[in-house]
Write a protein that binds this ligand. Structure first.
Ligand code: HEM
Ligand SMILES: [Cu+2]
Length: 648
């Protein structure tokens, strides 16, 4: 065993064997079992897995809604769906994909599960908040689908512009449900952003200075800051919409001094950064996989990190390119066109670094790497049509046509879905302890990639031929039938690609080869844990000597010793160079976050019908929060003892 130690405290009493320590840690960090235990779990791997499964479930549901649209559009003048149902279906599809799948999967799920492992700690910061954020996310989705099934699904598009969604033009509760969906999911995103930032800045393994943070973790940190700056915009927009609708405020009513365009500004202040919130994690996954399967450190680590940060900043200067058709001054048109094109600079830098990594490495072509190659192809096409629509004259021509639908599916599916499948292929062994089948992996990759291009490429042409988006059908003599039919056939391939992936998962969970700790000989700390990781993550808290800790480890790389192993203790380190600073105790399992989420849900849904629900709901919410923070007797005794040590 290792002789070197970073001693975190004087009173080291770990003279017991590794096996005894493992048993002790497993007991201390155990997640509660049984039915009630499910509601008390707070470990980041448990919550992270739930996030992944739930977000993937929403992906499948929204994908089936897409299938319904492709069926409807396969024939001119079809009546499979009524126009009213079609409005609900495309709105549900877009809203679910964006708010319940793409952001929760790429940001919340992956960072909750992997960031603590990658920085070498035993749980995420604020684990109870993490559980709370998961339940809010889950309830948001359940609420949305419950209303959809009783014919109250939102129907004003995924960005629900006023005045169409305002009190005058959207009777019923559909638009309110959209607005509350937003509030729910944004709160859960904000919670995770705070957790990720604190985890990365305070809980990194000793030695993981800023210039050694894994690229994936950098991606999620930049994303967290973007979430914090972007999401309040849309929370404000959706809340003001709700108030206009339920409490007769007039924020968006120009007749009494309100402003319709204000909604669009607030929405896109969030909405444009959101697409980077979705694919900054995607590009960070690509960097990670490309390095592992090229068997070298990623080329241009510093350039990649700076590109991520630059993207994060520039993303906030582009939002008006979604509003070119509203008649803004020419000066602004020029500014926002230039800013939109500028984003190609950090994007190009990243592409250069990936190519250099792959071309100068020894490439091993496994499934995760195929998804990375697919990402290059699809994302670059989407990026190029992005440069088209950034220019005002082109945009005015193709605005609200299928050209735009093609563009954003190329960037969204290229930037989120391809990296996500790559991430699953890459990390599945870590998540489950089983290997996926390579052969089935390749089948799903090719079916999905071919199906994707057949479905979405013709949309560019349809758009140029004038087919508008959000129409439930089209006349037989418009000349759009053949291309629409090709697209609908493409959907069948897409569907099969996802089905083969699901079969692969099911099959390997039952019969798959057992996965070793590090099947790809990768360099990240997550591969130093068992597959799947124990609830204490690391038996010996690691220290780090490079940006790929396992590749860069010294022969006698020290581990942290002297920690209390009879409580949930973690090491805290300094922000810049991650020198050990102290230690802290993580809160244990409890059902209070679940209860708080139930109360919050009742409050939010109640407020759709009666604004007073907010005031009434605040009372049980306060009780839930008191329960949440109430320390147990042992906890307060330990805290008192710790304070004595710290003073002496
Ligand atoms: C499974 C493959 C998918 C198919 C076949 C598909 C199909 C479609 C179609 C046909 C529309 C246009 C509806 C219309 O304008 O009438 C649409 C809209 C949309 N899709 Fe997808 N889509 C897919 C995946 C995704 C993904 C993965 C995302 C996001 C991550 C996404 C986000 C959106 C959004 C935001 C809209 C706009 C909704 C609106 O106009 O309000 N889609 N999709
Ligand atoms: Cu944009």
């Amino acid at each position: 065993m290792n002789e070197q130690h970073v001693v975190i405290a004087e009173e080291s009493y770990t003279t017991t064997s590794d096996a005894e320590r493992a048993a002790q840690l497993a007991k201390v960090w155990a997640e509660p079992s049984g039915f009630l235990g499910w509601f008390k779990a707070v470990h980041h791997t448990t919550i992270g897995k739930r996030y992944m499964v739930t977000a993937f479930g929403f992906f499948l549901a929204a994908g089936l809604l897409a299938g319904a649209m492709r069926l409807q559009l396969a024939f001119p003048e079809a009546h499979i769906m009524s126009p009213d149902l079609y409005n609900q279906v495309f709105t549900m599809h877009g809203s679910v994909m964006m708010f319940l799948f793409a952001v929760p999967m790429m940001f919340e799920a992956l960072s909750v599960y992997f960031v603590p492992l990658m920085v070498g700690t035993r749980n995420i910061a604020f684990p109870r908040l993490n559980a709370f954020s998961y339940y809010l996310f889950l309830f948001a989705g359940l609420m949305l689908f419950a209303f959809f099934f009783v014919n109250s699904g939102p129907d004003r598009g995924w960005f629900s512009y006023v005045p169409l969604s305002g009190p005058d033009y959207a009777p019923g509760k559909r638009a309110d449900i959209w607005a509350q969906l937003i509030t729910f999911t944004e709160i859960s995103g904000l919670c995770v952003a705070v957790e990720v930032i604190v985890t990365v800045f305070k809980l990194r393994a000793p030695g993981m200075s800023l210039n050694r943070i894994p690229i994936f973790v950098w991606g999620e940190v930049v994303t967290s800051f973007m979430v914090i700056f972007a999401m309040p915009g849309v929370v404000v927009a959706s809340t003001m919409l709700l108030l206009d609708r339920t409490a007769s405020t007039q924020f968006f009513n120009p007749a009494v001094g309100g402003d319709v365009l204000l909604f669009q500004h607030l929405f896109w202040w969030f909405g444009h950064p959101e697409v980077y919130i979705i694919f900054i994690p995607g590009t960070a996954i690509v960097s990670t996989i490309a390095a592992t399967f090229s068997r070298r450190h990623v080329f241009g680590y510093m350039a990649l990190v700076l590109s991520l940060i630059a993207t994060g900043f520039i993303a906030f200067g582009l939002w008006v390119h979604h509003m070119f058709a509203t008649g803004i001054p020419q000066m602004s048109e020029g500014f926002f066109t230039a800013a939109s094109m500028m984003i190609a600079i950090p994007a190009g830098t990243q592409i250069f670094c990936w190519l250099a990594t792959i071309l100068t490495g020894k490439v091993v072509l496994k499934t995760p790497m195929w998804w990375v190659l697919g990402f290059f192809f699809v994302f670059i096409i989407g990026g190029m049509t992005g440069i088209f629509v950034a220019s005002v004259p082109v945009d005015l021509q193709v605005h609200d046509t299928y050209f735009v639908v093609a563009h954003f599916h190329y960037v969204l599916i290229g930037g989120a879905v391809f990296p996500m499948f790559g991430a699953f292929a890459y990390w599945f062994p870590k998540l489950t302890g089983r290997m996926l089948s390579e052969m089935l992996g390749l089948w799903s990759f090719w079916l999905f990639t071919i199906g994707f291009n057949i479905t979405f490429f013709p949309m560019h042409i349809l758009g140029l031929r004038g087919m508008p988006r959000r129409v439930y059908t089209y006349p037989a003599d418009a000349g759009w039938t053949a291309l629409n039919q090709i697209e609908s056939v493409g959907y069948i391939f897409l569907f099969l690609g996802v089905a083969v992936f699901l079969y692969n998962v099911w099959h390997s969970l039952r019969r798959g080869e057992m996965a070793p700790a590090n099947p790809w000989q990768a360099g990240g700390l997550e591969w130093a844990t068992a597959s799947p990781p124990a609830t204490y993550n690391f038996l010996n808290m690691p220290t780090v000597n490079g940006s790929e800790p396992l590749w860069d480890a010294l022969p006698d790389q020290p581990v942290v010793s002297g920690m209390h192993e009879d409580v949930r203790e973690i090491v805290t380190t300094r922000i810049l160079d991650a020198e050990p600073e102290g230690r802290d105790e993580m809160p244990g399992p409890t059902a209070w976050p679940f209860i708080a989420a139930v109360v919050t849900t009742a409050l939010f849904i109640g407020s759709i019908f009666r604004p007073i629900a907010v005031s009434i709901g605040a009372i049980p919410l306060a009780i839930a929060l008191i329960g949440w923070f109430w320390p147990t007797r042992e906890e307060s005794q330990r805290r008192a003892r710790r304070n004595i040590w710290e003073q002496s």
